[in-house]
Design a binder for this molecule. Sequence first.
Ligand SMILES: O=P(O)(O)OC[C@H]1O[C@H](OP(=O)(O)OP(=O)(O)O)[C@H](O)[C@@H]1O
Ligand SMILES: O=C(O)c1cc(=O)[nH]c(=O)[nH]1
Length: 185
Amino acid sequence: MDEQTPDARDELAADIDRVCRLEGEFVVRSGAVVPEYFDKYLFESDPVLLRRVAEAMVRLVHADTDLLGGLELGGVPIATMMSSLTGLPALFVRKAPKAYGTRRLAERADVAGRRITLVEDIVTTGGAARDATVALREQSATVEVVVCTIDRSEPGANRLHELGLETRSVLTRADLDRAREAARS
Ligand SMILES: O=P(O)(O)OC[C@H]1O[C@H](OP(=O)(O)OP(=O)(O)O)[C@H](O)[C@@H]1O
Ligand SMILES: O=C(O)c1cc(=O)[nH]c(=O)[nH]1
């Protein structure tokens, strides 16, 4: 697939920022309290925006990927759309194994020996991606890349590289701040 043009990227940043940036006081997954929150459900529930996001994320997926592992919950609609765009099968990765039925953590089939690209909406500290990586590697999957829509991590906060995991984002916090500034001027 062609690279995304700088204009298309700027346009996506502006639209995502306008739709999903909230101001207030928010507790995030890591337990920190932050004054701004990117509510991914506000762009994931818009079919046109979800598709644009998924198209941009597909460009970040390595060719040798076997499965697109959407992280519960916000990663699941994105992984599903990416699966539809690429034909790669999706995997739905729960935060914890289901307590009954198949008792699976990763919904689809065994992941042993499969190369999984994780699909995440927002990376703040990388904690959710870390937990999923550890759990999937325990099931003998290969996990080396996480693709995300927004990397809002502060410098040094994302330590996924220590797990040998590469983070590839469509947009960073700086992209969204620039888009916001441009919209104001
Ligand atoms: O990088 P981190 O510090 O892990 O934070 C980001 C993660 O936290 C949020 O998920 P949340 O647990 O709120 O779940 P949801 O997708 O189920 O709404 C977000 O969607 C990421 O998965
Ligand atoms: O870190 C998080 O939990 C988090 C941050 C954010 O901006 N948006 C979100 O959905 N989760």
